[in-house]
Design a protein around this ligand. Structure first.
Ligand code: TYD
Length: 229
């Protein structure tokens, strides 16, 4: 059965940091756990990721973009996520299908029913048991991300370094639609989502996430020979 946990949030929300901290915590506790990300996480998926985020690919059609994210997801689910869950392990994933609904659905205006059908094909219907949403207002998040790339506060009109990707470069209104989309997704399925204020100190957030996950751990067996720390 295993346990499948995903992290979502706008750019610069710190979800990747929290995913890594939870991964390290669970590993220390002796649980079988893997950490992966979307798009990417497999050899093929990382190649698709490069196509998706390349700043030169301005001509990419929304349908192509949607199908590429879904293709990377299909590979990740089949190569990594399902097999690991089948061994009873914990899978942590930095973004998953909710990002497609938020970014390509609410952000780009793709039909949500169509996205659902594509997602069902890509995932076979596999959805997370638990999803953490790191909540931050869009402007601060983008600023945090830009600041992280340059190591200092962003300067208007300055060319961004390579990690500032094609999807980050979309306008503010786009990112705001995405964030509003995430909030709608949370309202639709409140039992799966846990929303956390991303402005809280890193350790404080990590502890909140750990205590939530602790409730799910009885269904996962520790690795042989491991001791509780
Ligand atoms: P990344 O640099 O990993 O961003 P982040 O650190 O915010 O996760 O780039 C991934 C980008 O891809 C991010 O802007 C969100 C976007 N995305 C989609 O548009 N659709 C999707 O289905 C997924 C998984 C990601």
């Amino acid at each position: 059965m295993g346990l499948f946990i995903t992290f979502e949030g706008p750019e610069g929300s710190g979800k990747s940091t929290q995913a890594r901290l939870l991964y390290e915590h669970l590993q220390t506790q002796g649980y079988p756990v893997i950490l992966t990300r979307e798009p990417g996480g497999t050899r093929i998926g990382e190649m698709i990721r490069r196509i998706l985020i390349d700043l030169r690919h301005t001509e990419m059609a929304p349908t192509t973009e949607t199908l590429l994210f879904s293709a990377a997801r299909a590979q990740l689910v089949s190569e990594l996520i399902r097999p690991y869950l089948a061994t009873g392990g914990i899978v942590l994933c930095d973004r998953y299908a909710d990002s497609t609904y938020a970014y390509q659905g609410y952000g780009l205006g793709r039909d949500l029913k169509e996205l659902h059908a594509i997602t069902m094909v890509a995932t076979g219907g596999l959805m997370p048991d638990l999803t953490f949403y790191l909540d931050i207002d869009v402007e601060s998040g983008l600023e945090r991300k830009r600041g992280r790339q340059t190591g200092k506060a962003p300067i208007e009109g300055r060319t961004m370094p390579p990690e500032w990707n094609r999807l980050d470069a979309r306008d503010l209104a786009y990112h705001q639609r995405v964030a509003a989309g995430f909030h709608e997704l949370m309202q639709r399925e409140p039992e799966r989502w846990r929303k956390l204020d991303a402005r809280r100190p890193i350790d404080d957030l990590a502890q909140a996430i750990e205590s939530e996950v602790r409730l799910w751990l009885p269904r996962v067996a520790r690795l042989p020979g491991s001791v509780e720390v």
